[in-house]
Design a protein around this ligand. Structure first.
Ligand SMILES: [Zn+2]
Length: 165
């Protein structure tokens, strides 16, 4: 098994862990980089893995530094399942569209006040992109085991926030 840390390394946001095992590839979390500008700029980098090889995504919880880059994953062609607890899926239904809405607001502000060196400034993703991502959520009850290729997946209760596993 190979485990790659693609975010939250050298910082605490942008969580993305790639798990590869006997031809099965699963991404655990798909978070946004947040905080200082040099971190936020990382959100615009190409995703550091081949999206077409990804079998599934597993979300640990709904905070945007763990879930907020999912709309980018869908825009890059991912069409597999996003597994999360029912509560995490429900929270993402609120947080992701709101995140897209804020990205669009920021871009509008930058264009109106010429605060970006890009013309026009673009949102990282839109509210519509976020709604598209929500279609791929497959709520998975705690302690219910399923197979994803060569891997077995079971979400276990964790602390932190509602739905965290
Ligand atoms: Zn968190």
């Amino acid at each position: 098994m190979k485990l790659s840390f693609l975010g939250a390394a050298g910082c605490v946001t942008g969580s993305k862990y790639l798990v590869e095992h006997q031809g099965t590839t699963v991404l655990v979390d798909c978070g946004l980089f947040q905080g200082y500008k040099n971190l936020r700029l990382l959100n615009w980098d190409p995703l550091p893995f081949d999206v077409s090889r990804l079998d599934a995504v597993v979300l640990t919880h709904a905070h945007l530094d763990h879930s907020g880059a999912l709309p980018l994953l869908i825009r890059n062609g991912f069409r597999g399942a996003i597994y999360a607890t029912p509560a995490t899926a429900e929270l993402c239904g609120l947080l992701l569209p709101d995140s897209g809405h804020l990205q669009e607001d920021d871009a509008r502000f930058a264009n109106r006040h010429k605060t970006s060196k890009h013309s026009p400034a673009l949102p990282l993703y839109t509210e519509d992109d976020a709604h598209k991502a929500l279609r791929y959520f497959k709520p998975l009850e705690l302690d219910h085991q399923i197979s994803v290729g060569s891997l077995k997946l079971r979400l276990r209760m964790a602390g932190h926030i509602l739905g965290a596993s």
